[in-house]
Design a protein around this ligand. Structure first.
Ligand code: BGP
Length: 463
């Protein structure tokens, strides 16, 4: 028998995108790493599609907010592009055209009764700062980020209730410096990755410091991709591997964000291996004193790990301490090639509740990417994405169970409101509640969009 899955009062029903993935290349902005990558290596990008038009949010934000409202969304996340807001990257001086654009976006969200979560960095480092200083490897760039944040707070501080500093900061060292799937596409740069982990934590804390200084009314947090690391077995070797993977990929950002300190076990290993980041007392103080008000958690798939297999690395790599485990029989998303494991949402919630002071949090991304989704379009023009509805209902049921057990979760954001540009995967994997036809930018609500409206109206669903 079906039962009603009921969510707490004022629960957030929404979805997330980001500036670089939705706006398109318009206005007088600087080039970011992704724009540059596309300019120099176009064939790295699915079907050769780049960020030049993206989902044309720059021109269509009014229609988009109206549609988001129509499908029941009460909240929405995007990001301010560093390359659009800032005219002078060294001083942090704003570009009036950039300021005006985000002011208009903020006003439009308000008009539609949509709570805006504004993020500051979603993988979009200005390319000049990478080329000139080494990007996140540089403490000078950390300072420039803090200036950008300050400019953003000065321009919109009182108009935004919920700020976040970074989206999935771990992806920056992981994808750019360890495994080479995002620009600068480096592989095996463990020591650099470790320094970047520290520097981004410092950058986030410095942004929070700027925010606190201004005594604004809202709250500030960070968006983390917390990926539970499940061990292959209960053997000591597998358990150690899982503990390391958790320390390195999750806790290296979660602990400083919530407690202002890094996991001791991680520091011991990095010290022993002679790759600990360079830091001074003043910086550690800033991290200690500037923790978050809330966290956003992006969850797509779990990590399965086993004891490390390789024992030789030219440079230091986290893979000294774990290997990925390809678990037989795991349930897969046939389109995106990611494992589907809804219970992980419950495990994340429990971890936050039990080990992180039950800090308030929300799901800031969760979604099902589907390649070739056009084949599910019906005669009436609607994409019938039952697989996505099923995916959401399963994940939400586990989230609800955690909430019933006391988890302090205040919302659920899917990735994404409308199909959007996903770096080198471009428009390969569609995630939206609203489909976008790239030929004419026409929007059509998918079946999941109407489903969301129902869920939001009832603050729950029958399951
Ligand atoms: C998340 C990122 C998003 C988005 C999403 C989907 O990790 O925060 O920016 O890219 O993944 O990714 P993909 O299109 O590769 O499936």
């Amino acid at each position: 028998m079906k039962e009603k899955i009921q969510f707490p009062k004022d629960f957030w029903w929404g979805a997330a995108t980001s500036g670089p993935q939705s706006e398109g290349w318009y206005g007088k902005r600087h080039e970011n790493v992704m724009d540059y990558w596309y300019r120099v290596q176009r064939n790295d990008f699915f079907n050769g599609v780049g960020p030049d038009v993206a989902s044309d949010f720059y021109h269509k934000y009014k229609d988009d907010f109206a549609m988001c409202r129509q499908i029941g969304m009460n909240s929405f996340r995007t990001s301010i592009q560093w390359t659009r807001l800032i005219k002078d990257l060294e001083t942090g001086e704003p570009d009036p055209e950039g300021v005006q654009f985000y002011k208009d976006v903020i006003a439009e969200a308000k008009k539609n009764g949509i709570i805006l979560v504004m993020n500051l960095h979603h993988f979009d480092m200005p390319i000049e700062l990478l080329q000139k200083y080494g990007g996140w490897e540089s403490k000078h760039v950390v300072e420039l980020f803090a200036k950008f944040a300050k400019t953003a707070f000065e321009a919109f501080g009182n108009d935004i209730e919920y700020w976040t500093t970074f989206n999935e900061p771990m992806v920056i060292p992981e994808a750019g410096y360890l495994y080479g799937f995002h620009y600068p596409k480096l592989v095996g740069k463990g020591k650099e990755a470790v320094q970047i982990i520290f520097n981004i934590n410092l950058a986030s804390a410095m942004a929070i410091q700027e925010y606190r200084k201004m005594h604004l009314n809202g709250e500030i947090g960070i968006i983390l991709n917390l990926t539970p690391a499940y061990p292959r077995s209960d053997s000591k070797e597998d358990l150690d591997a899982a503990a390391f993977a958790d320390d390195f990929f999750n806790r290296s950002f979660l602990d400083p964000a919530v407690f202002g300190t890094f996991p001791k076990t991680l520091i011991e290993i990095l010290k022993k291996d002679n790759v600990l980041w360079e830091s001074d007392e003043k910086e550690l103080e800033i991290i200690k004193n500037n923790t978050v008000d809330f966290i956003g958690v992006n969850y797509y798939h779990p990590k399965r790990v086993k004891a490390p297999e390789a024992d030789h690395f030219e440079n230091w790599m986290p893979d000294r301490y774990f290997s990925d485990y390809d678990m037989p029989g795991k349930r897969m998303n046939p389109y995106r090639g990611w494992e589907i494991f809804p219970k992980a949402i419950y495990d994340i919630a429990k971890n936050v509740q039990d080990n992180y002071g039950n800090i308030k949090w929300f799901i800031s991304e969760n979604g099902m990417g589907v390649e070739g989704e056009e084949k599910y379009r019906k005669e009436n023009g609607e994409i019938e994405d039952d697989y996505r509805i099923e995916f959401y209902e399963e994940h939400l049921a586990w989230l609800n169970k955690a909430i019933q057990e006391g988890s302090n979760c205040f919302g659920y954001h899917a990735w994404t409101p409308f199909d959007c540009w996903s770096w080198n995967n471009a428009y390969k994997n569609r995630y939206g509640f609203i489909a976008i036809d790239l030929n004419d930018q026409k929007r059509t609500i998918k079946k999941s969009g109407y489903w969301l409206k129902d869920v939001a109206d009832n603050n729950g669903y029958e399951y």
